[in-house]
Ligand binder design. Structure first.
Ligand SMILES: Nc1ncnc2c1ncn2[C@@H]1O[C@H](COP(=O)(O)OP(=O)(O)OP(=O)(O)O)[C@@H](O)[C@H]1O
Length: 321
């Protein structure tokens, strides 16, 4: 599989407050690639920088530093016109909150019209209708119950599927799906995940699947990237990351997945873990929470290095610093 997207040393620092405000390193020196036809999961807890990474790739926000190459071309050098006419024709996105993506004053068909007007202006009205119906059926919706409706007349799950149908209509080379199936009920969620897989097989669409749900990431992706506080702590073949997790953070995440055979039991109140944790920018971000942290972990940030084929970890426990 050849390379589609390359992210190099991507960093996004937000500043909060005015004078004497503080910096948030939402994404901090992140590098990875997505190959053609590859499904990559970006996994991590809330605030780990997943959405910011997706927004940077979509150039909805500007990075503080770093490069993003799509088919070898630096998207940060693209003009607005090039982005609109060329890049967004090939890179589509679906976000978590479907309500925010629809204008409540217009029937949902207008969302499709915008796509046709912008990217497929030569398609006739009859063909448009046929393509929209087909796309809706693909995501398990009945066009007769959807077309002409206003957003408030449809459920969040229906709106989300409409957005996925719309994004796939263009047969994009890359789909960024940011918690895109979170609002769907379990059976529809599997249908939509399967649809993404089918789409990849049929059209070679690559997917950056942003999720905090490990099980969904495992189900759909070839490659998994685990993020913690703006940094990549582990990445590689999904099977390797899930079946041989190396980073203590990945191990903790996997141990936290509820097991259907195990019932809750009281084990005492856990001390505060996340909010308010102070970490050093020089060291590993996870060190203050890490049960295996050594002195060096607080002092030097570990680099990602390949521990086995297609399996990288940024952790001093495995050397490589
Ligand atoms: N526009 C912004 N201004 C200031 N800080 C921001 C902004 N957007 C994100 N952040 C901060 O950047 C960090 C990463 O946020 P991000 O939304 O990328 O995380 P996430 O992993 O996608 O989390 P979630 O799963 O909750 O969406 C957080 O600390 C967040 O508060």
């Amino acid at each position: 599989m050849s390379e589609l997207l390359r992210v190099e040393h991507l960093t996004k620092i937000f500043t909060s407050g005015f004078i004497g405000g503080f910096e948030i390193r939402a994404v901090d020196d992140v590098s990875f690639t997505i190959r053609k036809g590859e499904i990559v999961s970006l996994v991590g807890e809330s605030g780990s920088g997943k959405t910011t990474t997706g927004k940077l790739i979509l150039r909805l926000i500007q990075p503080t530093s770093g490069r993003i190459l799509f088919e070898g071309k630096d998207i940060l050098q693209m003009s607005k016109n090039e982005l609109k006419k060329n890049y967004y024709r090939q890179v589509q996105a679906v976000f978590q909150d479907p309500f925010a993506s629809f204008n409540p004053l217009h029937p949902i068909d207008r969302a499709f019209d915008l796509i046709f007007d912008s990217y497929l202006p030569d398609v006739s009205k009859g063909e448009r209708d046929e393509m929209i119906d087909k796309a809706l059926i693909q995501v398990g919706l009945n066009p007769d119950q959807i077309r002409g409706k206003f957003p408030h007349q449809l459920s969040g799950g229906q709106l989300q599927r409409i957005l996925i149908a719309r994004a796939l209509l263009l047969k994009p080379k890359l789909l960024i799906a940011d918690e895109a199936v979170s609002m769907l009920d379990a059976s529809t969620r599997i249908d939509v995940l399967n649809l993404l897989g089918d789409f990849r097989d049929k059209y070679g669409t690559s997917v950056l699947f942003v999720t905090h749900d490990l099980a969904l990431g495992y189900y759909i992706s070839d490659t998994t990237i685990i993020m913690y506080r703006g940094t990549i702590v582990e990445m590689g073949d999904t099977e390797k990351v899930f079946h041989n997790p190396l980073h203590p953070y990945t191990q903790m995440l996997l141990e936290s997945v509820p097991d259907l055979n195990v019932k809750w039991e009281f084990k005492g109140i856990e001390p505060e873990k996340e909010e308010g944790t102070v970490y050093s920018l020089q060291g590993c971000r996870y060190a203050p929470r890490c049960p295996k942290a050594k002195e060096i972990c607080f002092r030097t940030r570990p680099e990602l290095h390949e521990v086995e084929k297609n399996h990288w970890v940024a952790c001093h426990l495995y050397g490589g610093e």
